[in-house]
Design a protein around this ligand. Structure first.
Ligand code: GLC
Length: 444
């Protein structure tokens, strides 16, 4: 356990050093040996406090994976072409995929503009415009791509085609859809057999590094794999995918981050005096105007929307608190969310904020996105609380978050009940966001 701020900072920096690759940082050496989109953004946010060049290269290397149509993939693979993740995607069957490096065929929450701006704020004033200019084109292409391909109803809200795109892979809203709606192929059904389950578990690398009880179960993992397989067969072509979607949701968490990132992109554009394209400005306006579609007046809650049915997915998860980060909701609605954060039956635990409220039948304090506390969602909520003037609450949550890492190291996630570490050890965004919270003067 780290006894003081400097020791904790050094411990966190060591995690990031050990996870460093050529120009980027992997989330965890064993479990996640590639570059991930929103991970690298969170990592750069911590790095900027002590190694600004490395923070810049972390983000620049993400843009190397950008597709010709503007898509930023959630994963850029390292050189190990024998790796399982690498082999299942085959995204170069789509003509827009880069030729010189391998990526996945889907995206992740659009944190890039936010990370670019936060890194920029740490640069000397005369270096900042060059930094913003070096990232500007990628940012504009990416945000434009989101609207062009994924604003399915042309209302400025972005649709996602795989649970991985939400960043909260097996959160109850997605798992419940996958379990109830898919007609599964025989080989997934067969996975209920004990012998087949054992064989598959042995093949999944996870098992060597993390307790299986803390991860997605085999059948759900296979269903997710099946979704990838379908996307691959459809050549990651959105027109084909939209015609026969298996998973098509408008996630309130992703769109909250987008609303914030849009505002940040406007600020970057202003700073370098580069007007945004008119079409993009129009779409950005629509996102704000449509945001209320996530609000369920009957339950007074924000929910994601299943586009296949047009209905809310009424399963609680931490995404319902993300509108705090959007900047797109009224102070009154923000205060309703804060009430839920303070409610001991919902999100107020010993080590907040759980990824699923205590009141949910899905709650499990150790299972991946179905209960544990994560540093990245805490960080987003802390920023949102500050934006809406809940400074005391923001400071308190920052204190709890730092305490978790000081006591239990940079684990991937933690039990919200007793703070016990779970998932991968030495996880990069836990370390980097702890650095950011420790260095944030407004939170001390
Ligand atoms: C898991 C998380 C995802 C993260 C990735 C790499 O898939 O759900 O959000 O980006 O791991 O850390």
């Amino acid at each position: 356990m780290a006894s003081d701020k400097n020791t904790l900072l050094e411990q966190c920096k060591l995690v990031l050093d050990n996870n460093a690759k050529d120009g980027y940082t992997v989330p965890s050496l064993n479990l996640y040996p590639h570059q991930w989109l929103w991970d690298s953004c969170f990592i750069a946010i911590g790095l900027r406090h002590y190694d600004i060049k490395r923070a810049q290269s972390e983000l620049l290397s993400l843009t190397k994976g950008i597709w010709q149509n503007g898509m930023l993939p959630n994963m850029i693979f390292g050189n190990d072409i024998t790796n399982w993740d690498h082999r299942i995607w085959h995204s170069n069957i789509n003509p827009n995929a880069p030729r010189s490096l391998a990526t996945s065929g889907i995206t992740q929450p659009p944190m890039l503009a936010i990370a670019v701006k936060l890194v920029g704020e740490k640069l000397a004033a005369k270096e900042r415009p060059d930094w913003y200019r070096s990232m500007y084109e990628s940012l504009v292409s990416y945000h434009s791509w989101l609207y062009k391909e994924r604003s399915v109803n042309n209302d400025g809200l972005i649709a996602l085609i795989h649970p991985y795109e939400t960043g909260l892979d097996n959160s109850p809203p997605w798992i419940s859809l996958i379990r109830h709606q898919q007609r599964l192929p025989w080989w997934i059904k067969a996975s209920s057999s004990r012998k087949i389950r054992w064989l598959i578990a042995s093949a999944i690398k996870n098992k060597q590094h993390v307790s299986q009880s803390e991860r997605t179960n085999i059948k759900d993992s296979l269903s997710y794999f099946y979704l990838i397989q379908r996307l691959r067969r459809q050549k990651y072509d959105i027109e084909k995918i939209k015609k026969r979607p298996k998973f098509l949701v408008i996630d309130v968490g992703f769109n909250s981050i987008l609303a914030n990132a849009n505002q940040t992109l406007i600020e970057i554009a202003d700073e370098i005096k580069q007007p945004l394209p008119d079409e993009l400005k129009e779409s950005i306006k629509k996102t704000k105007e449509s945001f209320n579609k996530f609000w369920d007046e009957d339950n007074k809650k924000y929910y994601s929307i299943n586009l296949k049915t047009g209905k809310f997915i009424k399963k609680s998860s931490i995404s319902e608190l993300m509108p705090l980060f959007s900047g797109a909701i009224s102070p009154l609605k923000a205060s309703l969310l804060v009430d839920r954060i303070k409610d001991p039956k919902q999100y107020k635990t010993n080590y907040p904020i759980p990824s699923v409220p205590l009141s949910s039948p899905w709650f499990n304090d150790r299972k991946y996105w179905q209960g544990p506390t994560w540093l990245n969602t805490n960080w987003l909520i802390i920023k949102g609380l500050e934006d809406y003037g809940f400074n005391k609450e923001a400071k308190e949550l920052a204190k709890y978050s730092i305490e978790l890492v000081a006591k239990n190291g940079s684990s991937e996630y933690f039990s919200p009940l007793d703070g016990a570490p779970a998932g991968a050890k030495n996880f990069s965004w836990t370390a980097s966001l702890c650095i950011d919270l420790l260095e944030d003067k407004s939170l001390s």
